[in-house]
Design a protein around this ligand. Structure first.
Ligand SMILES: Cc1cc2nc3c(=O)[nH]c(=O)nc-3n(C[C@H](O)[C@H](O)[C@H](O)COP(=O)(O)OP(=O)(O)OC[C@H]3O[C@@H](n4cnc5c(N)ncnc54)[C@H](O)[C@@H]3O)c2cc1C
Length: 371
């Protein structure tokens, strides 16, 4: 897949739809179909399963590009890919052969519902129950804040198969929509509008034991690995937002005049922009290095948290600055940066909050330096 093909799609289609997606809190079906036909749902899936088989770094570039126009679309692609990555890395051959071709072509979009009303940062507190009945498990419970919830035909669900065993009592299941998963309408969030974030209800959903990913009791470990691997592509969404905000702010400040000269000529304007530019390059370099490591089979847990933390906070800082540079006009719903500011804020929460990333990084410090 040529990156130029994606660039053209983003400029022509995504750009045209992004405000409408934000307003309606929905990606039109026609656009989802175009994304599927371009191969955006199977970017890193090997060609043998019908995917595009592109490299991790290629994928990072695509997400950054899409995110500059519409972070919600990037979020949909990202979340789908994080879910299939768990299947690719830890699923049985049978599951991969059965589902990956449908996933790669976008016939089945994936959701990854881990969060519950009473368990977010503390993933080990998941309560959704999976009770064994012969060769089946029966799932009952509620998941919340599930990206792609309204679009998904397949769900990688973290469920409790054993009571009172903390994280060792959790198992990952691959659940089809037809098994009986019900989604609410998309949640009316201020951010990520159009990413199909919803509440999912599981009422007596019967799933065959063959649809366990990994093995019973290993769900937490696999989920944590999947989340760590996902944090690097997730940082691409933040980088795309920060880059776009910087470009918009620089262009504006070169054109906008006050006291007879472009506002860019004031260091109060150009220095903070210079800082964003420097931080952006540093975060991109870290992301690209981690992409190369993941391509080699590494799971750089603490570093993935570092890039997630830095990039999401940079996206908020860059968009806030862009609004400030644009003055009152920056607050208008018709300018891109006001939407990007709302989307950036969600990045400090989704995929683990900034505090959760600091917990992971601090744990590594403890391991490294405690005697
Ligand atoms: C746009 C969006 C999309 C999402 N998509 C998905 C998805 O697809 N799948 C999914 O499973 N989830 C998804 N989430 C949920 C997200 O993963 C959770 O919101 C996040 O993990 C935080 O959990 P919580 O909201 O329950 O907050 P809580 O865990 O209740 O945390 C509340 C606050 O307390 C802080 N906190 C908690 N514990 C500690 C501690 N020990 N020390 C210091 N601070 C602490 C947190 O950092 C946070 O600031 C999404 C969220 C958003 C916003």
């Amino acid at each position: 897949m040529a990156i130029e093909e994606v660039r053209e799609f983003v400029e022509k289609e995504v750009g045209r739809w992004s405000n409408e997606i934000d307003r309606r809190n929905l990606i039109p079906e026609q656009l989802l179909r175009e994304m599927a036909s371009l191969g955006l749902f199977g970017l890193t899936i090997p060609k043998e399963y019908g995917g595009k088989g592109i490299s991790v770094n290629g994928f990072l570039e695509v997400l950054e590009l899409v995110s500059k126009e519409c972070p919600s679309i990037a979020h949909v692609i990202f979340l789908h890919s994080m879910a299939y990555d768990i299947l690719l890395k830890f699923g049985s051959d049978g599951l991969k052969e059965r589902y990956l071709p449908e996933i790669a072509t976008g016939r089945r979009i994936l959701a990854l519902p881990f969060t519950e009303p009473k368990s977010g940062t503390d993933l080990a507190a998941v309560e959704l129950k999976a009770t064994r009945e012969g060769d089946f498990y029966v799932l009952n419970g509620v998941k919340t804040l599930a990206t792609n919830g309204i679009y998904a035909g397949l769900f990688v669900v973290l469920a409790r198969t054993r009571e009172q065993e903390g994280h060792k009592g959790l198992t990952l299941f691959l659940v089809e929509k037809e098994d009986g998963v019900a989604s609410t309408e998309p949640l009316d969030l201020m951010s990520s509008r159009g990413a199909g974030v919803s509440i999912l209800k599981f009422e007596n959903v019967r799933v065959h034991k063959n649809r366990i990913i990994g093995s019973e009791g290993k769900g937490f470990i696999l989920a944590v690995k999947g989340l760590a691997l996902g944090r690097v592509p997730f940082s691409s969404i933040a980088i795309g937002i920060a880059k776009c905000a910087l470009e918009e702010a620089v262009k504006w400040s070169l054109k906008r005049k006050s006291f007879g000269r472009p506002i860019f000529e004031n260091q109060a304007i150009s220095f903070p922009l210079a800082e964003i530019a420097a931080e952006l390059e540093a975060v991109r370099a870290l992301r690209d290095e981690l992409g190369t490591r993941i391509e080699r089979g590494d799971i750089p847990v603490a570093e993935a948290s570092m890039v997630k933390l830095l990039s999401s906070e940079l996206a908020v800082k860059a968009t806030r600055l862009a609004i400030q540079v644009m003055g009152g006009w920056g607050l208008s719903s018709s300018v891109k940066v006001s939407r990007l500011y709302r989307d950036a804020k969600a990045l400090e929460i989704a995929e683990g909050t900034s505090e959760a990333q600091k917990m992971i990084i601090a744990r590594q410090l403890l391991k490294k330096y405690k005697r």
